[in-house]
Design a binder for this molecule. Structure first.
Ligand SMILES: Cc1cc2nc3c(=O)[nH]c(=O)nc-3n(C[C@H](O)[C@H](O)[C@H](O)COP(=O)(O)OP(=O)(O)OC[C@H]3O[C@@H](n4cnc5c(N)ncnc54)[C@H](O)[C@@H]3O)c2cc1C
Length: 600
């Protein structure tokens, strides 16, 4: 079993040779950093992920948390990992020095977090949820809320959750029923039930800060009536110290296919005792606040899917080099030595596909993280605005593409192992089970497709789309070698067809054919996603082709050749699969729309 979580050479290539992350140190916010400090923090993350997270990944999967005598019992290693992550400063890694943070760029923090998820997605869930919840309070909370909760969350004393989903309202948050009744004391009484809340109960931290969506009595119907509340498990005093129990309780633990180390909880609010909630920001703006944080969460999900795919690829690559089986098809001598399975072209196909999906997904998510950096720290205001628009447009793709193709990579990893891959003796089946969550949570991929085709493409008169095309042009023009130019041409031709199809879909939407047009939104997401990831591969190929000429060792030449071959795989084997999407979208195929429930 390999202990490589993410290939450090690849990560350095993507961060510095493709994206020029070092240039961020020229910005005021990151001026105290250098490539050395970025590398040092990445080194710490890699080491800690191996020592404190990977060490119990399999054990936490086999021995999942239990509800015993009103307490959640879990492996002590989970707390040790959480505490180590907090003590190393990662919880506040992206925040300013004023909040005790390291003021690291999103791109570097995302890379660091990649190691933790690759090592143990279940345990990594607790700190990631905590930072996301803390970020909501940091941006939208009032001073009192920040004083009471932020320091304790960023130090790891308290954890956080995101409590949106209800038994009858998952994709359709407009229909949530949890209610909030104002009191004369300034707080609200929360009543209702939430389900699937990750980290909703655990035995790691002194307190849990739930970020809860609820509707204030008399609020407008639908999403316009949703407000956001802080609901602590234990009440806190003015200094943020925990006191009496609040009326939020664990109704049950949910048992899952994967991600078993993260508790999944059904929570009840206000059933056994009054449950106090504290309004964040303005009433009825809750979903808007949540959605402003969704970019972060969705990039996180995409990143997780890419790196779990990556982890399975690393395992199966090592296995394929060791496992001896069969001979070349042309070898007739049965007494000749058997070859490692990596010598079979079909096994290389499966490894190349994994490499293309996981390194392509990683490139996409790092690009998304860089857009976040540009949105907040680019010195040019115009560029900040443009980065925000690009990020908004690409968020459904960054969430959905890796979460579609990460599990596909894991499926291929199982296949590379043969029978061994199907057993629990080897790690790749757990990778697949863990990764299978990613197309479901943070908005299913079906919902991402609707968001992309129904909203994001048309926002601001499609300004985001125009910016995207301009960005792509830069890399299309930068292709210099014959190989790269050929791929640039394929990408450019596919792009032109996609633009035409987009225009015709736009006309249908304008003409009121909403259901018909959006019926094939998933095809559009696949088309769009594959175009974007082809672009990511072109960027990598351009950088590799340029560096290859001056590479001064076999390992460097092999690295760049590997990048070019994986790019070739993507352009020869993957990009052409969008032809089917183009046909279905062009014809506005109505097979699914017109199928009747009674005909099944
Ligand atoms: C392990 C796990 C952890 C989770 N963690 C959290 C958490 O921490 N906090 C939290 O709040 N939630 C959490 N969730 C909930 C998660 O976000 C929801 O499961 C998800 O949003 C889907 O909602 P649902 O399960 O109700 O499915 P449904 O909404 O019932 O969807 C079922 C199917 O119908 C499709 N569908 C639904 N509506 C439409 C539509 N309008 N058009 C087309 N297709 C549609 C969906 O794409 C899906 O395929 C978690 C879920 C899991 C499994």
């Amino acid at each position: 079993m390999t202990d490589t979580l993410i290939d450090r050479r690849d990560l350095a290539f993507q961060l510095y040779e493709v994206m020029d992350t070092e240039a961020l140190t020229q910005r005021e916010r990151f001026s105290e950093h250098s490539k050395d400090t970025f590398d040092a923090v990445i080194e710490t993350a890699d080491k800690m992920a191996k020592e404190k997270f990977a060490n119990h990944n399999s054990a936490a999967d086999k021995d999942e948390p239990k509800f015993v005598n009103g307490q959640v019992e879990m492996l002590p290693d989970v707390k040790q990992a959480f505490d180590a992550y907090a003590e190393a400063g990662f919880l506040a890694g992206r925040y300013g020095y004023d909040l005790g943070g390291m003021q690291l760029p999103e791109s570097v923090m995302a890379a660091c977090n990649g190691f933790f998820t690759a090592a143990n997605p279940g345990t990594a869930g607790y700190p990631f949820l905590t930072t996301a919840a803390a970020n909501l309070i940091r941006v939208f909370g009032n001073e009192e809320q920040k004083t009471k909760f932020l320091p304790n969350m960023l130090s790891g004393r308290y954890s956080g959750t995101m409590a949106l989903t209800e038994p009858h309202a998952g994709s359709s948050l407009a229909d949530i029923r949890t209610s909030a009744t104002p009191t004369d004391d300034g707080h609200y009484l929360i009543k209702g039930a939430k389900i699937y809340i990750s980290g909703g109960e655990q035995s790691i931290t002194e307190n849990i800060v739930h970020m809860v969506l609820a509707k204030i009595k008399g609020a407008p119907a639908g999403v316009k009536g949703i407000s956001l509340f802080i609901v602590p498990k234990f009440h806190v005093d003015e200094n943020g110290n925990p006191g009496e129990r609040n009326g939020v309780s664990l109704a049950g633990l949910i048992h899952k296919l994967g991600y078993r180390g993260t508790t999944s909880t059904a929570l009840s609010f206000g059933d056994d005792a009054p449950c106090h909630g504290y309004l964040v920001g303005e009433p009825h703006q809750g979903l808007k606040y949540m959605f402003q944080m969704m970019n972060e969460a969705r990039i996180g999900v995409g990143f997780g899917a890419a790196v779990i795919g990556y982890r399975g690829y690393m395992h199966s690559l090592e296995y394929a080099k060791d496992r001896l089986q069969g001979r070349k098809a042309s070898e007739k001598n049965p007494e000749s030595p058997q070859v490692p399975i990596i010598d079979h072209a079909d096994v290389r196909r499966m490894l190349l596909a994994q490499k293309a999906y996981s390194e392509g997904g990683l490139a996409l998510c790092l690009y998304g993280a860089r857009l976040m950096d540009d949105q907040h720290t680019h010195p040019d205001e115009q560029k900040r605005m443009e980065a925000g628009k690009l990020l908004d447009l690409l968020t459904p793709v960054i969430k959905a593409w890796p979460s579609e193709f990460g599990p596909k990579a894991n499926d291929l990893a199982i296949q590379v192992y043969g029978g061994a891959g199907y057993t629990r003796e080897y790690p790749v089946e757990q990778c697949w089970r863990d990764n299978r969550l990613n197309p479901i949570h943070e908005g299913t991929n079906g919902i991402q497709a609707l968001d992309l085709l129904g909203r994001k493409i048309w926002q601001d008169q499609s300004h985001g789309l125009q910016l995207l095309m301009q960005e792509m042009q830069v890399d299309l023009q930068a292709a210099t070698t014959d190989r790269c130019q050929q791929w640039a041409l394929s990408l450019s031709e596919t792009l032109q067809q996609a633009v035409k199809v987009t225009q015709s879909l736009g006309k249908s939407l304008m003409g009121g054919e909403v259901d018909k047009t959006l019926a094939n939104a998933s095809c559009y997401l696949h088309l769009f996603g594959h175009i974007i990831v082809s672009w990511m591969w072109l960027r990598q190929a351009n950088a590799a082709a340029n560096a290859l000429a001056s590479a001064n060792s076999d390992s460097e030449r092999n690295f760049y050749q590997g990048k070019l071959q994986a790019a070739q795989y993507f352009f020869h084997w993957e990009l052409p699969t969008v032809a089917q999407d183009l046909v279905l979208l062009r014809n506005q195929d109505d097979t699914c729309l017109n199928m009747k429930a009674d005909w099944f």
